[in-house]
Design a protein around this ligand. Structure first.
Ligand code: NDP
Ligand code: OXD
Length: 313
């Protein structure tokens, strides 16, 4: 009698065949099946997915673990069909940290080296050097010092920027002035020339960058948001840019993606928009990492990226 292999089910918005081939190679002891192929719902215990359709999890009564094929699991936390007893595991770096370092550095350089101002001068046919600013004079604050924010803060510090970072619990990172907790936030914001948001979206961080906090940045500060759109009050950002309090913003994430055609950010001269590409999921490293985490779970380990449902990240 042959014993059926355990089943690993994949539901991804695209690249289904590539994911399936990668996971099949990583998990030879599993039957790897990718949607839209039919599957016996009772056999689905392990599922990897990104942007799961409503009701997906509820179909599988024997589900044990869901692997998010991304770092931010806020959309998973909002799901009523994901039972509390099912382990939710997210990607931890898997090649995203380096991409995020590049994305943030592009923004930091834009503001440090006045590339935004020179673009405006060029439009006016104006050849006018501006006073320069050394990296060490630019105060960059990174909100969120986890897998991705921590790598960004360390990288910027290595490049000589005056980096501060903010987290929920105490952290120590080489070259980074680390602060934690709500009480430290106002002083930190007041000393930030560039504010980088890399926090996970949770009930605590939702709307964190509101008018009061953005107004607490020094005049001429810039904002880079690659965390989640819901964390930034868009109308407050707009008002502070238009009032000349803030200098500019580089935004990879918005409350509604894609934004409507009439969204004021599209044509705002001080806003650079990118379509949620700051750090993409890399298929090979991610499949390898998820397979490793699955094997860890089967050995009864607490694997990296296991989401704490109470904390919501
Ligand atoms: P981690 O969970 O590794 O790190 C989260 C960090 O945020 C931790 O330092 C944590 O503090 C801190 N934090 C959480 N809640 C609070 C709070 N209430 N107050 C202060 N600090 C808090 O996440 P990642 O670094 O892997 O990812 C971060 C986010 O980046 C993702 O959730 C996602 O939203 C976004 N992202 C965006 C991408 C893009 O392309 N735009 C791509 C990938 C991720 P502590 O250290 O104390 O736990
Ligand atoms: C992620 C993202 O969280 O793509 O991985 O934003």
């Amino acid at each position: 009698m042959t014993v059926a292999k355990p089943l690993f089910y994949l539901h991804t918005p695209n690249d289904g065949e590539r994911w399936q081939a990668l996971f099949a190679a990583e998990l030879p002891d599993f039957d790897v099946v990718a949607a839209p192929a039919e599957v016996d719902p009772a056999r689905v215990q392990y599922l990897a997915t990104w942007r799961p359709p409503e009701g997906l999890f509820g179909r599988f009564a024997n589900l044990r673990a869901v692997f998010a094929l991304g770092a931010g699991i806020d959309r998973f936390m909002q799901r009523s069909d994901l039972a509390p007893g099912v382990a939710l595991v997210r990607l931890t770096d898997a090649g995203m940290a380096q991409q995020m370092c590049e994305y943030v550095l592009a923004g930091v350089l834009r503001y440090q080296r006045d590339l935004d101002r020179y673009a405006r001068q060029q439009a006016d046919a104006l050849w006018q050097p501006l006073p320069g600013r050394a990296a060490a004079e630019l105060r960059v604050t990174v909100l969120g010092l986890g897998e991705i924010g921590g790598a960004v803060a360390r990288t910027l510090a290595l490049l000589g920027y005056a980096v501060a970072g903010w987290s929920r619990s105490p952290r120590e990172l080489a070259g980074v002035r680390c602060l934690h907790g709500w009480d430290s936030l106002p002083t930190l914001l007041a000393a930030s020339d560039v504010l980088v948001n890399l926090l996970p979206s949770t009930p605590e961080t939702h709307g964190l960058l509101n008018h009061e906090r953005l107004a607490g940045l020094p005049k001429g500060a810039a904002v880079i948001n690659a965390g989640r759109g819901e964390q930034l009050e868009e109308s407050a950002l707009l008002a502070l840019l238009d009032a000349g309090h803030l200098r500019g913003a580089q935004l990879d994430v918005l409350g509604l993606e894609p934004p409507g055609q009439n969204h004021p950010f599209w044509h705002h001269p001080a806003i650079v928009l990118t379509p949620h590409i700051a750090a993409a999921t890399l298929l090979g490293p991610s499949a390898r990492q998820v397979a490793g985490k699955l094997r860890g779970l089967l050995r009864g380990e607490t694997v990296p990226g296991l989401v704490d449902r109470e904390r919501a990240y």
